[in-house]
Design a binder for this molecule. Structure first.
Ligand code: KMH
Ligand code: ZN
Length: 277
């Protein structure tokens, strides 16, 4: 319970692939359309109601090619995935707006909208306000719910600026991505600080990077937030032990939620919470 109000069910997002992780890092990383679809099926079965999706080309490099996204999404649908499929419009650092915007044209129910420029390891991930406005406009036109990706507190203010300009839908859903090298550190204090900036009625999830994934997810379950796990953010099950699958990481969150008295949302319940029509 939060402030005496029953907490809504927990939305678990599986970020199954990402743009930066390689099979050398974890051989269980899904890359091809078939692998991505199989992982999505298993992650949904384990409790995921959103699949955050990046895709790769034949060499395994990140791509934002609409056709490659379509192939992966079709493969997921063919296998009966009913989770919300949320393509990335962030892609990889260094990609242009045009490159990154391609999956929007597939009219997914959701897509990410990155809310500010940030250091991203040794690279710079560029998201200036004009670019954010373009993403916001396009997503609004196509009735796509943006997940507002915030890597530091200034990004929340950028999202609120877009909202002020009427470029976002009525429901605001944020993802606090904490622990990216060069951006906001992953800590409970930082998460609470960022969540405190959110307007009444918005929903949020947390993606803690690396070893911070599990503790921040646990805090989010207790705080009434939602949780993102998966190979994009973390390849380990525990210190020194690689995760066997994305589903294994999702399964642990579902188990924890159960123990902590928070029910896990089905895909349709997630749609309801996020006001996806
Ligand atoms: N790969 C990162 C540079 C998103 O999906 O929108 C950006 C990213 C965010 O992963
Ligand atoms: Zn991503």
């Amino acid at each position: 319970r939060k402030g005496g109000v029953k907490m809504e069910k927990l939305i678990i997002t599986a970020a199954i692939c990402g743009a930066e992780v390689t099979k050398e890092d974890n051989p269980n990383l899904p890359i091809t359309a078939e692998e991505l679809a199989e992982d999505a099926v298993k992650a949904e079965k384990a409790g995921a109601s959103i699949i955050h999706l990046h895709v790769r080309d034949e060499e395994g490099n990140p791509t934002q090619d609409g056709e490659v996204f379509k192939k992966a999404i079709d493969a997921m649908k063919e296998r009966g995935v009913s989770a919300i499929i949320q393509p990335s419009t962030g892609g990889a650092a260094g990609m242009s707006f045009e490159e990154r915007a391609q999956p929007i044209e597939l009219k997914p129910e959701m897509a990410t909208l990155d809310c500010g420029t940030t250091n991203f390891g040794d690279a710079i991930f560029v998201n200036d306000l004009p670019m954010m406005r373009e993403f916001g406009k396009e997503m609004k036109r196509l009735n796509i719910l943006p997940e507002l990706e915030c890597f530091e507190p200034g990004h929340v203010y950028n999202a609120l600026q877009l909202d002020k300009e009427n470029l976002l839908p009525n429901h605001l859903h944020f993802d606090m991505v904490l622990g990216v090298p060069g951006a906001m550190k992953a800590s409970l204090k930082n998460l609470m600080f960022m969540v405190d900036l959110l307007p009444e009625g918005s929903t949020w999830t947390v993606a803690g990077v690396g070893r911070h994934e599990l503790p921040l997810a646990t805090h989010a379950i207790l705080m009434g937030g939602h949780v993102r796990v998966g190979f994009e953010d973390n390849i380990y099950y525990k210190k020194g032990v690689l995760a066997e699958s994305n589903a294994q990481l999702v399964e642990r969150i579902a188990r924890l939620a159960e123990e902590l008295g928070r029910e896990v949302a089905t895909p349709d319940e997630a749609r309801e919470i996020l006001k996806i029509k």
